[in-house]
Ligand binder design. Structure first.
Ligand code: 9D3
Length: 229
């Protein structure tokens, strides 16, 4: 059983370099993930392939129209015949992306990600066509594409079998609500900077206690907000 992510965008090429590398490429090569692109301009009906128009009510700025989104979605639905699609709009008003939101989204095997642009998207898109809105944080991007790349990266590494060791996904900080502990590798001494002695001791119980202590201490210092849950 394979996950499919369908991306609706006016900039499909923007995804090439990111999706052809690393985890996302591995997920696709292993046939665990299929990513399809639908160019919203291909579903316009005007000869300039315009997907936006000025805002009703004035105030300047262009708004992405509903028609190309609707027609593109209709095409995705045809391509997926009866299979269920879960439609996500990347938007600054969405639910903030977290590891647990990502896990919930991954319960849907066929996702649609709509990338907006311009000053926004016609409100009827979110009202009638979208199941859920997702943001990647409180700052302003110029479009939804980079947010979609972030979401795909987060999802891809959660797909069973994509990341080699089960532990490298499950042991991860945010799952337990803590930051990661410090990591060290060779050499034991670089200039006069040394690896903590406990890690060289071979005492696995001590090492594990030290790591937990470090993770907790780091979280208290750097991300107190993660502990208030
Ligand atoms: C002027 C009001 N702006 C809303 C804060 C309009 C606006 C700005 C930027 C509308 C869309 C965008 C483009 N951003 C996204 O599409 C986007 C986004 C983001 O800007 N921040 C965090 N997550 C996301 S997900 C999609």
């Amino acid at each position: 059983m394979r996950y499919t992510i369908n991306i609706l965008t006016i900039f499909p090429q923007a995804f090439d370099s990111v999706f052809s590398q690393s985890i996302i490429r591995i997920a696709q090569e292993k046939n665990l993930l299929k990513i399809n692109f639908y160019n919203l301009r291909d579903y316009t009906r005007n000869k300039h392939r315009k997907v936006d128009a000025p805002s009703y009510g004035g105030g300047g700025g262009m708004v992405m129209q509903i028609e190309p989104v609707y027609r593109t979605l209709a095409k995705v639905k045809r391509d997926f015949s009866s299979r269920k699609l879960y439609v996500i709009l990347l938007s600054p008003q969405g639910k903030p992306l977290t590891q647990s939101l990502a896990r919930r989204l991954l319960r849907h095997k066929n996702l649609v990600l709509i990338c907006g642009h311009y000053e926004g998207i016609d409100e009827r898109v979110r009202k009638y066509l979208v199941d859920e809105e997702v943001s990647i944080g409180d700052y302003i991007l110029s479009g939804g594409e980079i947010a979609a790349m972030v979401l795909v990266d987060v999802l891809a590494r959660l797909i069973p079998g994509v990341v080699g060791k089960k532990s490298s996904v499950e042991n991860e900080s945010f799952e337990k609500g803590l930051l990661d502990w410090p990591h060290y590798t060779r050499p034991q001494r670089f200039k006069n900077w040394r690896v903590p002695q406990v890690l060289l001791s071979g005492n696995h119980k001590k090492i594990s206690e030290w790591r937990k202590g470090q993770a907790l201490g780091k979280t208290k210092r750097l991300r107190k907000d993660l502990l208030r849950t």
